[in-house]
Design a protein around this ligand. Structure first.
Ligand SMILES: *Cc1c(COP(=O)(O)O)cnc(C)c1O
Length: 227
């Protein structure tokens, strides 16, 4: 199910919008009209900001929406699971529980500065684990995960799970995003947000960077007109 074609020069009657504005509506596009789903201009800006092509980017209401979409699109309730590496950001587990997905926990290695335990993640993987969430720099511990470790996970899980790398704080770390590896790892998803480094938490702007097939799939699951 797709919304009708988006062309501001056409009268769109299929959405049953009121054709005139409410009194006091001084907005640019008119609040009587539904907004453009995945607005092309916003997508182009975010794609250039994050250095990907528009096909590789889905815009959402913060990266929290990206997390929720991933779990809903890839985990069947009562059957599939996500894998997380605590201590880490709480929303991965919250979204999984709401969806009815299981949560497999593989702790970060405290004695090694909260490093990612790649072997333990691989050992804990079992059929039905569809998503592995890692956060770098990690919230709440603040450390970066080794890039080679994250890439190794993508490589070794390539036919088994999506590896979602939450880069909410990457701007503060002075290291490159993993987005340059999207071509190499079709199971890599990167979450970016305007909420932290850009001081725009109230604007609810986030982006999910991934293979175009994943972006297209999630665009069919996201609430229409959410932006
Ligand atoms: C704050 C935060 C987010 C969520 O940010 P949004 O405002 O939803 O974009 C995602 N991940 C981590 C690790 C965070 O700390």
């Amino acid at each position: 199910n797709q919304p009708g074609p988006w062309d501001p020069s056409l009268q769109r009657i299929q959405a049953n919008e009121m054709t005139c504005r409410a009194s006091g509506d001084t907005s640019g596009a008119g609040l009587n009209r539904y907004p453009e789903p995945q607005p092309a201009e916003l997508i182009a800006h975010l794609a250039s900001l994050y250095g990907v092509t528009p096909d590789n980017l889905l815009a959402g209401r913060g990266s929290d929406e990206g997390i929720d979409l991933l779990v809903r699109a890839f985990c069947r309730a009562g059957q599939d699971s996500v894998l997380i590496c605590p201590p880490t950001f709480g929303m991965y587990k919250v979204s999984a529980r709401i969806q009815g997905a299981g949560v497999v926990e593989v702790p970060l290695l405290k004695e090694r500065g909260f490093a990612l335990d790649v072997q333990a993640v691989l050992d804990a993987w079992r059929s039905g684990v569809k998503l592995v969430f890692v956060c770098t720099p990690n919230n709440p511990t603040g450390n970066l995960l080794e890039r080679a470790a994250v890439e190794s996970l993508c490589e070794q899980l390539h036919d088994r799970a999506i590896v979602a790398v939450d880069e909410a704080y990457i701007e503060f770390a002075g290291v490159a995003s993993l987005k340059d590896r999207l071509e190499d790892y079709p199971n890599l998803v990167i979450l970016r947000t305007l909420s932290k480094a850009y001081a725009l938490a109230g604007a609810r702007g986030g982006a999910l960077l991934a293979h175009a097939d994943i972006v297209r799939l999630l665009a069919r699951v996201i609430t229409p007109y959410s932006l």
